[in-house]
Design a protein around this ligand. Structure first.
Ligand code: FAD
Length: 483
């Protein structure tokens, strides 16, 4: 009896739910990954850091599976890799291999759910079973419900219930090695496709401090664990190395969420505040996956339906200024340059630029969400949608609409010496600390002293924050009638 494990956003072979279940039940287990043309062909550019990250991680997974098989007396092993429409490719492969079951880790995004439903139906027609497993998150679907039996929409009580449910069983790793001798040898397979075979060219990924595959994730983790205790104090300052930078690995499953949570929970139980806070961030991640699962309409609609009455502006010039990092607000521009250069943006800055787009520029959160979807290397629909709806005040448990970040005071608080700003805006290198947060307020003599030509070297602000704030309060005022 044999099974096929379909890898998607879980590019590792340690502590892997579907792989473990397949190996423990079947004598022969094949592993496959499909470079999905339904997704790849829709990408706006042929140069995409994510495709490169996935490609490198798939190559590493193939090698790890071969090693695992060899260590357990099943020489061969490895990954069967296809390039085509994922659903159809998997159904065809399962038939070619003659397996009894296709097993995979659960996906929570509406499009992926629809794809999986149609794959399950197509397989059923040819007598092959389909099953999916929780792996991407710690607690999913209905595992954390309110006392009334419904999904939570407020984070704090959700987290309380989540922490209670997160016991040793939930954190236990899947011991894949135990049954690794069941890994099957794929019959003569063509070599893995190169990035060019997939129709993509290299990005700047190799020049960035982004390490791919499970090795890359473990290296980041080793670096972060000793810093976890300081997470609480350091995490809000983009110029400091305060966060883990593991998001891209969580996105593509090159690290197990259980490994991370177990490490954090162990330190948290010793009273380590940094670990408790970091564990909370992992709870936010589960929370947004749970919201997406129960409320798939959030992809295009505000979680709070009444907020879809808010009239946003088209503002093409303001939109381009935001996208191109030339708003005249240094922290916003430095953050956008970080995104454009590296595909990453620090969490504090994601909040600042999202608030700036929606509440200073009056532009619909959906457009910002899409822009992030194109550029973020760690783009994850659940967290990105949750983050944008939080900042725009349209989401569940969101920032209240009348709380509007001031981009200058945010900059003074979280980048006091302008270190982060100067890293990404070298044109402001010589601006003194007192003015780095808002050079537009400098007197001509001060501008001359540091050689900055406003409107030439650095733009004038595209909006006045105080006036923009008033406009936003009016824009949202229609909601005052809401409970
Ligand atoms: P750490 O601070 O080390 O946190 C550890 C992990 O916890 C992260 O890797 C992430 O998986 C999870 N996490 C942390 N904060 C959040 C949060 N607020 N919501 C959900 N999960 C969280 N995160 C993404 O992974 N993908 C996105 O597309 C994404 N888009 C965002 C958009 C906006 C507007 C905002 C405000 C936040 C967004 N986030 C997103 C959440 C957060 O900014 C990133 O997870 C974090 O910056 C990644 O860096 P890190 O791994 O060093 O985080």
């Amino acid at each position: 009896k044999s099974a096929l494990v379909w890898f998607r956003r879980d590019l590792r072979c340690d502590d892997h739910a579907a792989l473990y279940h397949a190996l423990s039940r079947y004598q022969q287990v094949y592993c496959a990954f499909v470079f999905d043309t339904d997704i790849l062909d829709a990408l706006p550019s042929r140069q995409d850091r994510r495709v490169e990250f996935i490609h490198a991680s798939v190559v590493a997974l193939h090698e790890s599976l071969q090693q695992l098989a060899a260590q357990h007396g099943a020489p061969g092993g490895g990954l069967i890799v296809r390039h085509g429409s994922a659903g159809a490719s998997i159904v065809r492969l399962a038939q070619e291999l003659g397996v009894q079951e296709v097993m995979t880790n659960r996906d929570y995004e509406p499009q992926a759910r629809a794809r999986d439903r149609s794959v399950a139906q197509a397989l059923e027609k040819v007598g092959i079973a389909f099953s999916d497993y929780k792996d991407q998150v710690l607690l999913d679907r209905d595992e954390v419900l309110t006392q009334q039996g419904g999904p939570y929409s407020v984070f704090t009580p959700y987290k309380r219930a989540w922490l209670k449910r997160l016991d040793a069983f939930q954190l236990k790793p899947y011991n894949v090695a135990r049954y690794a001798s069941h890994l099957a040898i794929p019959s003569k397979e063509a070599p893995l496709p190169s990035l060019e075979d997939l129709g993509f060219v290299r990005s700047n990924l190799q020049d960035l401090p982004v390490l791919t595959g499970t090795e890359g994730a473990q290296q980041l983790l080793r670096d972060f664990v000793p810093r976890m205790a300081a997470y609480q104090q350091a995490r809000d300052f983009p110029s400091r190395k305060g966060v883990s930078y593991l998001s891209v690995h969580l996105r593509f499953g090159t690290v197990s969420i259980r490994q991370l949570a177990a490490l954090a929970a162990a330190q948290a139980s010793q009273g380590c505040v940094g670990a408790q806070t970091w564990l909370s961030e992992l709870a936010w991640r589960d929370f947004y996956f749970m919201i997406l699962w129960h409320h798939p309409m959030v992809v295009n609609q505000s979680f709070k339906a009444a907020y879809d009455q808010v009239q946003w502006d088209e503002a093409p010039d303001l939109w381009s200024a935001w996208c191109e990092a030339r708003t005249g607000y240094p922290l916003v521009d430095a953050a956008m340059r970080q995104l454009l250069h590296s595909g990453y943006m620090h969490n504090r800055l994601r909040m600042v630029v999202a608030s700036f787009l929606t509440k200073d520029l009056g532009i619909d959160w959906r457009r910002g969400e899409r822009f992030f979807a194109e550029h973020l290397i760690d783009y994850d629909l659940a967290a990105n949608n949750g983050g944008w709806q939080w900042a725009a005040s349209t989401g569940c448990d969101a920032q209240p609409w009348f709380r509007i970040f001031n981009p200058i005071t945010q900059s003074e608080r979280f980048d006091p010496e302008g270190k982060f700003i100067r890293r990404y805006l070298p044109e402001l290198a010589h601006v003194p600390n007192a003015h780095i947060h808002f050079p537009a307020a400098m007197k001509p003599a001060a501008l001359q002293a540091c050689g900055l030509r406003l409107g030439v070297d650095y733009p004038f602000p595209v909006v006045d924050h105080a006036q923009a704030r008033e406009r936003t309060l009016k824009r949202f005022a229609i909601l005052k009638a809401e409970p």
